[in-house]
Design a binder for this molecule. Structure first.
Ligand code: NDP
Length: 284
């Protein structure tokens, strides 16, 4: 190895608040190391007031891109040169990619979910029930719409947030979308192919229960959870026990990392290496 190769020659970052010890760092750097890339993925604590300066800094330092998480996903857009299709539809960016001299905002949350889903079923023509209408639900619903699902029912506690998402899906994607205001145990309609929990219910609480009539889950239905920690949520356990195909949130997290690495480096990283690194970092 020449001296020059010993120097770092590419940087990717993560701009967030309070993300110290982010397991994503371990997962992404495991991919770089596995594929012999002399790249680093660095976590940077950035306050909302400093976001513009931080993005200018990333440009000046030649970063290949960066992830950004709350509270920067929407405000970062005004500091970028353009948006990918789904990020523009969602109005939220979690992954910035340097293309030529431009910084382009993408959203890999929904793409990561879609990659997980397509490992078990083709979303085209499917009927979907989606719990939640926050950032994760928005990202997932838009990608599902772009992937050609037939119909989606958004089940959300807050009517206003649910209606906003349904409006977006109907008007920007011409998707057959309806809202159910979540009040009491919801029964999955007969004929549903895919059920997704995109709420924060279950995060750090393996016993947390979704208000869902478990008996309405039919064998063969795909049931997915966005919660990655713990990965065996109550919903995932209940679904597996009922003969459903269960997809945990770790798959989504790994896949959004894979999409990011693909965007930044152009390589197809090894999913097993990344999942193993993530599980180790989470102590699973
Ligand atoms: P938001 O705060 O934007 O949205 C939270 C959603 O959960 C809202 O729809 C909210 O409903 C609903 N919700 C929360 N608590 C309850 C409750 N007790 N009863 C009913 N509904 C509830 O969060 P995000 O969308 O950004 O994130 C949601 C989850 O997704 C997080 O736990 C996050 O960790 C996970 N996530 C996982 C990813 C992965 O790669 N695996 C990627 C991104 C996120 P309401 O509108 O009524 O408030």
């Amino acid at each position: 190895m020449s001296d020059q190769q010993n120097f770092l020659h590419e940087l990717v970052g993560s701009m967030s608040q309070g993300a110290a010890g982010n397991p994503t760092v371990v997962m992404i750097e495991a991919a770089f190391a596995h594929h012999g890339l002399h790249w680093r993925y660095v976590n940077m604590e950035v306050t909302p007031e400093d976001l513009g300066t931080a993005v200018r800094g990333a440009r000046a330092l030649g970063f290949r891109g960066f992830n950004c998480s709350l509270p920067h996903k929407v405000t970062v857009i005004s500091h970028l040169d353009g948006l990918g299709e789904s990020a523009a539809l969602m109005g939220a960016v979690n992954c910035v990619v340097r293309r030529g001299a431009q910084l382009i905002g993408e959203n890999t949350d929904g793409k990561g979910f879609l990659k997980s889903l397509t490992s078990v079923t083709d979303p085209r023509g499917k009927s979907v029930v989606l719990f939640g209408a926050g950032g994760a639900a928005r990202a997932i619903a838009v990608e599902l719409g772009l992937a050609g699902i037939r119909q989606i029912t958004i089940v959300n506690r807050s009517k206003a947030r649910g209606a906003e998402l349904v409006d977006l899906l109907r008007h920007k994607l011409q998707l057959n979308a309806e809202l159910v205001v979540w009040d009491g145990d919801y029964s999955i309609p007969v004929g549903t192919d895919v059920v997704i929990n995109a709420t924060s219910i279950g995060l750090y609480d393996a016993q947390a229960r979704l208000n869902l009539n478990i008996d309405s889950l039919k064998p063969g239905t795909v049931v997915a959870d966005v919660i990655g920690n713990p990965p065996r949520t109550r919903l995932i356990r209940d679904a597996a026990a009922r003969g459903c195909t269960a997809l945990d949130g770790l798959g989504m997290l790994v896949n959004q990392g894979i999409v990011g690495v693909q965007y930044w480096t152009g390589i197809e990283p090894d999913a097993a290496v990344m999942r193993q690194a993530l599980e180790q970092a989470l102590g699973l």
